[in-house]
Design a binder for this molecule. Structure first.
Ligand code: DOR
Length: 449
């Protein structure tokens, strides 16, 4: 496919040196600290004062298609992702039907290709129907056209240690990874809906103790050590989990972990008003946990930021707190939250943001080494032109109605966040320009908006 060339002028690469970057035929054709000559038909993107990053990669997105197209579709979720600076997302398996077969994985993958806005990489279920009993078609999903490498029963913990052990053994053969929703079910009642602590007692809400997460993380790192396989901790949420991760990594156990933007900034106190917007699984935790997660992200104990973008239709979310669905939107605000929490405070630079939101997630998901389809690559000549252009000085008041998502369960509504995505490029083609979605002609019909 031929593309209109793009010249990005005067961007700061990962917040460091300033350069012109020329994108031709899907790859970075030239990077120059002096002025780069562009073909006469090139689109010029003036990027003075802007930061150029490798396109963001989300390890944890719920796209809801098939089954809940009233909450999100592959196309609307992809559009939300592009607005958030993403060029690839991993689509969680808890759809209806569940992504537990090769056909189901290929279908999600094909929907992603048809939308053509970000690369949609399906996550395969670990167990059939997410029931936690029998392994799903892991090998067939891996060998399918979708090339599944990440497996997760997200939303549910793979609680049976024997099943988890078998899954780890199985995925090792093809370099896969099991992403665990760590939550020991016997340590919380079926109706648990928030962090177990002093506040949950006062509010009369049944809670999960932090230790329900920590015992599974501890068990799973030992299983990873035993099997020599890779385990990934989805949405780490407690200081105790961070301690286990630190210890396991110091022993060389192959464990990686992600933290969500909401666990980096929001605390359990927000539940005081019983607003279901703040109901999420794992739950918002106390400030001590948030602080430990920030430290762990800054020092690399936690590898990645992943959104757990969880769109829900109004009629599933607007209920009494105990009955409302779990989850919150995240794709369009993730970069702003990370910039507000980690960059503005000086705890991380833009190079670190590139690491935790692009390079490491792409490596964990096996998306980095896919040649011209690769993600999380350096901004360098010959690399796929998956890129994000960010205004680091922007200050944005989040408006839940200014969204490409079909859902509105946005916990950031009304908050001011730092930094804004100005442009996103998927293999050299702009999907977002001047902060707005671009109509994609080549692979899709109609407009994005
Ligand atoms: O809050 C959540 N929502 N946590 C999960 O693990 C699943 C997700 C969903 O699918 O809505």
């Amino acid at each position: 496919m031929t593309h209109q060339p793009v010249i990005v002028r005067g961007a700061s690469l990962l917040g460091e040196q300033t350069a012109d970057v020329l994108l031709v035929d899907g790859v970075v054709a030239e990077v120059g600290t002096a002025r780069v000559d562009a073909p006469s038909d090139a689109r010029v993107v003036e990027a003075d004062g802007l930061v150029l990053l490798p396109g963001l990669v989300d390890l944890h997105t719920h796209l809801r298609e098939p089954g809940r197209e009233d909450a999100e579709t592959v196309r609307t979720g992809s559009a939300a992702a592009a607005r958030g600076g993403y060029t690839a997302v991993l689509a969680m398996a808890n759809t209806s039907p569940v992504t537990d077969t090769a056909e189901a994985a290929e279908r999600v993958h094909a929907l992603g290709r048809a939308a053509g806005i970000v690369d949609v990489q399906p996550v395969g279920a670990v167990t059939k129907g997410l029931r936690g009993e029998e392994l799903a078609e892991l090998g067939l999903m891996a060998r399918s056209r979708a090339g599944v490498r990440v497996f997760s029963d997200d939303g549910k913990c793979v609680a049976d240690a024997r099943v988890m052990r078998r899954a780890l053994e199985y995925v090792k053969a093809f370099g896969g990874v099991v992403s665990q929703h760590a939550q020991e079910p016997t340590l919380a009642g079926a109706t648990a809906c928030c962090h177990e602590g002093e506040l949950s007692g006062r509010l009369g809400l049944p809670g999960w103790p932090g230790v329900a997460e920590e015992v599974i993380v501890a068990r799973d790192v030992m299983l990873a050590r035993h099997t020599g396989s890779r385990v990934h901790v989805a949405h780490a949420s407690t200081a105790g989990t961070v301690e286990v991760l630190r210890w396991a990594k110091s022993l060389g156990i192959q464990v990686t972990a992600e933290v969500t933007p909401h666990h980096l900034l929001l605390t359990t106190d927000l539940l005081g008003g019983y607003d279901p917007t703040f109901k999420v699984n794992p739950p918002l935790r106390p400030a001590e946990d948030v602080e430990a997660l920030r430290d762990a992200l800054a020092d690399g104990t936690i590898d990645a930021v992943a959104t757990d973008h969880a769109p829900h239709a109004r009629h599933d979310k607007e209920h009494a707190f105990v009955d409302a669905a779990f989850g919150m939107l995240g794709l369009e605000t993730a970069l702003g939250v990370v910039a507000s929490v980690m960059v503005s405070s000086g705890r991380m630079g833009w190079g670190d943001v590139a690491r935790v939101m692009s390079t490491r997630p792409a490596e964990i998901a096996g998306l980095a080494g896919r040649g011209d389809q690769g993600h999380g690559r350096p901004v360098a000549v010959g690399e796929p032109a998956n890129l994000t252009l960010v205004d680091p000085a922007a200050s944005v008041v989040v408006d839940r109605d200014d969204s490409a998502s079909l859902s509105r369960n946005n916990p950031w509504h009304g908050r001011t966040l730092t930094a804004a995505v100005r442009a996103t490029f998927l293999r050299g083609t702009p999907t977002v320009l001047d902060g707005q979605l671009v109509e994609i002609g080549a692979t899709t019909e109609g407009s994005l908006t």
